[in-house]
Design a protein around this ligand. Structure first.
Ligand SMILES: Cc1ncc(COP(=O)(O)O)c(C=O)c1O
Length: 374
């Protein structure tokens, strides 16, 4: 089967670095995690980065660090992975769903405005598939209503909005290094910010609320046992094993994103002759990270089944998350999301997709059109 996603690992650099870290005697939260944070902040053009064990944890901590809780509302798209909507719930707040733009599948600023109430505290735009949200409009709305913006950049590592790195525009940016993301480490996440106060708070929150991490307490050959815990924190920091993988993967991120871009370009060219396949867009303000390649097609479920019989896996990103029971059936009022998701199909896209695999996907879709008489 051709998978939908497949991680590409920079093994030549990862393997010797793993060997070194195993020999070093320090595999927990330590100097390699700090180095990864520094390099990642530099890459995204932000002052600070805090490494955690997933984007789910990053989003949770970001909402928590803003003091958002009971009776508060956070505006999120429903066209996303469930973690975006869970972040406010973890903090006792409500997720309020805003609709998306039909072409980019990113949150619609006009609907954000409609969903703002006196309880709204933050907006979490998701750069869907690595396509930038309309950040100027979103930041203007947020400034006008005194709301915080947390960019869910899980799909957008290396993507740009008007030349600026995704994840560097809002108050915080949350990244995922999950196995199928653009910078895969297995699992992992990062929060970027320019706010020093938030940075210090996030560092303590990720490490059960302890004000000094173990590495800092043991520097200079001396291990100081003293620390303080002044608030309820969580256990979701990164470790140095993940960090060395992240450092190696960061070096090849742009190259791998370019390989993704080439596959996406070839798909779009091939589908020009199949007008029933609506291909993803790249607006002039976006430089896509091409995390995934999502087409809109009629008979989505049938095409999905047909391709499976041809050895091709596809995915659906996403069923609207407000459908899930955890959101207690909140009436979402997202008509575009409701209509469009039924037609969404994610095709295989990863840096190492071969020519033969590419042709197999295109042929499969052509044959479906012939056999299904679309
Ligand atoms: C949009 C979005 N947000 C958040 C997450 C959560 O990422 P992680 O798996 O690193 O917790 C994902 C992961 O699939 C995602 O796609």
């Amino acid at each position: 089967m051709i998978p939908v996603f497949k991680p590409k690992m920079n093994k030549a650099e990862i393997l010797p670095e793993l060997e070194k870290i195993f020999d070093s005697g320090w595999i927990g939260l330590g100097p390699k995690t700090s180095e990864f944070e520094e390099k990642f902040a530099e890459f995204t053009g932000t002052k600070y980065a805090v490494a955690v064990n997933s984007a789910t944890a990053a989003l949770h901590l970001a909402v928590h660090a803003l003091g958002i809780g009971e009776n508060d509302e956070v505006i999120v798209p429903s066209m996303t992975f469930v973690s975006t909507g869970l972040a406010p719930l973890y903090c006792g707040a409500r997720a309020v769903f805003a609709d998306i733009e039909e072409d980019t599948l990113c949150i619609d600023p006009a609907d954000i405005k409609r969903k703002i109430t006196g309880r709204t505290k933050a907006i979490i735009p998701v750069h869907f598939g690595g396509h930038a949200c309309r950040m100027d409009e979103i930041m203007d709305i947020a400034a006008h209503h005194k709301l915080s913006v947390i960019e869910d950049t899980a799909h957008g590592c290396g993507g740009r909005y008007r030349g600026r790195m995704l994840g560097s525009i809002g108050l915080m940016g949350c990244f995922s290094f999950h196995a199928v993301k653009n910078l895969p480490t297995g699992d992992g996440g990062m929060i970027t910010t320019n706010d020093e106060g938030l940075y210090n708070r996030l560092r303590s929150l990720r490490w059960v609320g302890i004000n000094k991490d173990t590495w800092n307490r043991s520097s200079g050959g001396q291990y100081s046992w003293q620390y303080s815990v002044d608030e309820l924190g969580f256990k979701c920091h990164m470790n140095d094993i993940t960090a060395v993988i992240g450092l190696a993967q960061l070096k090849v991120l742009e190259e791998h994103n370019e390989m993704r871009r080439q596959v996406a370009r070839r798909y779009t060219e091939a589908f020009a002759e199949l007008p029933w396949v609506s291909t993803p867009v790249e607006k002039e303000y976006s430089r896509n990270a091409w995390h995934n390649y999502v087409v809109k097609v009629p008979s989505r479920n049938e095409l999905n089944e047909f391709l499976r019989t041809r050895g091709i896996s596809t995915g659906v990103h996403y069923e609207p998350i407000h459908h899930y029971g955890v959101f207690k059936g909140d009436a979402a009022g997202v008509p575009v999301t409701e209509r469009v998701w039924e037609s969404l199909l994610t095709l295989p896209l990863f840096p190492d997709l071969t020519d033969a695999e590419f042709r197999q996907v295109i042929e499969g879709i052509r044959d479906f059109a012939r056999e299904a008489v679309l």
